[in-house]
Write a protein that binds this ligand. Structure first.
Ligand code: GDP
Ligand code: ZN
Length: 461
């Protein structure tokens, strides 16, 4: 395919030593030739691909020097977009970079839309859709682990697995065709149904395996939604602050004054925690507080993890017990705070209420116990399983939804085969599964969806 030439600043905006303005398209090299002068006045289009050239950018009309640059010349198809690509490395700084961008735009390039470079890589067959989505995840990855998942996907791990499933379905369909074409052979049908059941069951198993990784994958991608609850003044905001290690949440001496819900991301041993601080969840007559409490209850339901904070220097109150009741059946860790003060809490009662959940003691004032809490959080969710790098994770909500659909249609096919319904009915379910899986890699996907997906990308990618 041939497209016009696009350009964008490909490095993050702001102060950096070096910035890159990238061009991609059939005119990329000729545009660069117009505005670039090397000491030997060489012509870029006659240079060897994948080489770097030193020189100056100039205004061709006036001959005025705009910037001293290093220019990378990469001729298609061995480039990210499979088109001719020129990367202009210039000095960082918003003004300089913008001058370079403006110069490029005035000489025939068009400003790229968000994600347009990656979209071209997809449209030119360089990467498939799940790989393109991985590029987006990579940009947004919050921890190294999340990044490794995205890298694996970008490398085509998920694509290869999906391709093998689709291949198996295709083979099944081929066998079904034989059966339909030669209905007179009874033994063909006898062979076909068990074959459909066997292949389809394998596909179903693999899909289920992928779906099992999705909750961890989703957590790695979006963060483990964590809510800190407890009576007023037990140290919720202090805990949030200790975890964030930046004083973004409001810490206060007045009971119940943290009314707004504040979200913070922290990296706890490779697990991205999305921390939500809530006003104390309790019955109250105060209307302003009630808004906080209502919202707190909603947030609770959506949480992956609850940190329930208790006060070591207070006796357990009916409110504490109610909080335990409110989070029954959820994943929670009990944090007994203020161990620097005289003990009044009944540890045995806490253990009874906690059941098999972990209990950690802290003195946030003296910065003690936070390490143990982090350990407890990390081990709760990622005991062993995430360490093995070879699992293929699904983390993308679109992929997860499609896998659920594919699981349903392949189950329908298996059920139908068991019930020995006419084979062309089974064929429909198998074909549908093949199509749905193809949507993950973009083999069977609508153009409007593609536009929508790529528009979520950052500019310059
Ligand atoms: P919240 O209302 O649950 O958010 O509690 P805060 O985090 O605002 O803390 C209430 C008060 O308890 C503040 O004055 C904190 O400095 C204090 N505090 C927090 N943690 C500890 C601790 O471990 N020991 C002591 N002695 N005071 C603490
Ligand atoms: Zn607070």
């Amino acid at each position: 395919m041939e497209f016009d030439t696009i350009t964008a600043i490909s490095t993050p905006m702001g102060e950096g030593a070096i910035a890159i303005v990238r061009l991609s398209g059939s005119e990329a090299i000729s545009i660069a030739d117009q505005i670039f002068r090397s000491p030997g006045n060489k012509n870029l289009s006659s240079q060897v691909s994948h080489t770097i050239h030193y020189g100056h950018l100039i205004e061709p009309e006036s001959g005025e020097v705009v910037e001293e640059v290093m220019l990378s010349l990469m001729k298609g198809p061995k480039t990210f977009t499979r088109e001719d690509v020129v990367e202009i490395n210039c000095h960082g700084g918003i003004i300089t970079v913008n001058r370079v961008l403006q110069l490029v735009l005035r000489h025939g390039a068009r400003l790229a839309e968000p994600g347009e470079f990656t979209k071209r890589a997809f449209l030119n067959g360089r990467i498939d859709l799940s790989q393109a989505e991985a590029v987006m995840d990579l940009i947004r990855a919050k921890t190294d682990r999340a990044m490794n998942v995205a890298l694996g996907q970008m490398d085509g791990k998920l694509s290869r697995l999906i391709a093998s499933l689709r291949q198996a379905l295709l083979e099944t369909l081929a066998q079904v065709e034989v059966n339909i074409d030669y209905p007179e052979y009874d033994d063909v049908e006898e062979m076909t149904l068990p074959m459909i059941i066997e292949k389809s069951s394998w596909v179903k198993q693999e899909i289920e395996g992928l779906l099992r990784t999705s909750s961890q994958g989703k957590i790695l991608r979006e963060g483990l939604s964590t809510v800190i609850i407890g009576r007023p003044n037990v140290g919720k905001s202090s805990l949030l602050n200790s975890l964030v290690q930046e004083n973004k949440a409001i810490v206060t001496d007045v009971a119940g004054t943290t009314r707004d819900i504040i979200e913070e991301y922290v990296n706890v041993r490779g697990v991205p925690l999305k921390l939500v601080d809530t006003a104390g969840i309790r019955e109250t007559e105060d209307i302003v507080e009630r808004i906080g409490v209502e919202r707190s209850r909603q947030v609770l339901k959506q949480a992956d993890l609850i940190l329930l904070v208790l006060n070591h220097s207070d006796e357990l109150t009916p409110e504490d017990v109610r909080l335990f009741e409110a989070i029954e059946g959820m994943d929670f860790i009990v944090v007994i705070n203020k161990t620097d003060l005289e003990k009044k809490i009944d540890s045995q009662h806490v253990e009874e209420l906690a059941g098999n959940r972990k209990i950690v003691t802290t003195s946030l004032l003296q910065e003690e116990g936070v390490d143990q809490l982090e350990e407890a959080i990390a081990s709760l969710f990622f005991e062993g399983s995430l360490e093995s790098g070879d699992l293929t994770y699904v983390s993308n909500a679109r992929h997860i939804a499609l896998l659920h659909q594919a699981k349903q249609t392949i189950e329908d096919a298996i059920d139908a085969a068991h019930a020995a319904v006419p084979i062309d009915m089974i064929q429909i379910d198998v074909t549908r599964t093949w199509e749905i899986l193809g949507e993950i890699t973009g083999d069977t996907v609508e153009e409007s969806l593609i536009d929508q997906l790529f528009s979520q990308f950052c500019l310059g990618k």
